[in-house]
Design a protein around this ligand. Structure first.
Ligand code: VGL
Ligand code: ZN
Length: 223
């Protein structure tokens, strides 16, 4: 298969950014110039994803009752709606990226005109979905995006991942991309983490999964 790279821009949305984001990641806006440089390069396909929740989403602390409803702190156990035996422990967040709100919008400084496709995710209120491919349940999977199909249709071989947040949606999206059979590269300089101290653990998970982390000057888009 000829080398056919895609750029995947994960959740570069207002709610993940200072100054007004509900779940603002420190210095998140600083990665946009780097991402715009990548958007100017000849990728075969450029996709942006959006976290896109309904107001009653299960990951919002506001939809749970005290005392286990502290954003950033509390965790809850979610059952697979199709299979009570399968569960996931997940963190609660402030309300964020609610469909139709300013917080869900992509940053205006992002060069969106060069994006070929936008994939929305996290619409199913019953499950958390960090990965832009699917929710974490396996037997069966509950919510799947259009992303695999979009990448396959374009005969993509390699996926280059940038965006927010490095330790949540970027991580799960990159690992899923590799597991879907795409050679996956995370451009470390073009991501920011909710908890930077967690990144050593993330790099270990990448190694196990076969995902490669590179610097912004090491991405080879033409071969
Ligand atoms: C994300 C927390 C909650 C992300 C999305 O895009 O990394 N993090 N929802
Ligand atoms: Zn979310």
């Amino acid at each position: 298969m000829p080398f056919q790279p895609a750029l995947l821009i994960v959740d570069v949305q207002e709610d993940f950014c200072p100054p007004n984001g509900a779940l603002a990641v420190t210095d998140a806006r600083d990665i946009v110039p780097i991402i715009n440089d990548f958007l100017a390069m000849p990728f075969a396909l450029k996709v942006a994803t959006k976290d896109f929740h309904p107001r009653d989403h299960i990951s919002f602390a506001s939809n749970h009752s005290a005392p286990n409803n502290k954003p950033f702190e509390s965790t809850i156990t979610i059952q697979n709606p199709h299979n009570p035996e399968e569960t996931q422990v997940t963190r609660l967040w402030p309300d964020h990226c609610v469909q139709g709100t300013k917080g869900a919008e992509l940053l205006p400084e992002l060069d969106v005109g060069k994006v070929n496709h936008i994939t929305e995710k996290g619409q199913d209120k019953r499950v958390e979905m960090y990965s832009a491919f699917a929710d974490p349940f396996k037997s069966p999977c509950v919510a799947k995006s259009d992303l695999t199909e979009i990448l396959r249709k374009a005969d993509i071989t390699d996926v280059y991942v940038v965006g927010l947040a490095a330790d949540y949606c970027v991580k799960y999206t990159a690992i899923d991309a590799q597991n879907e059979g795409f050679k996956t590269w995370v451009i470390g300089d073009a991501t920011k983490a909710v908890d930077p101290s967690s990144m050593d653990g993330v790099f270990k998970e990448y190694e196990k999964a076969g995902v490669t982390v590179i610097g912004k000057d090491d991405a080879q888009v033409q071969r």
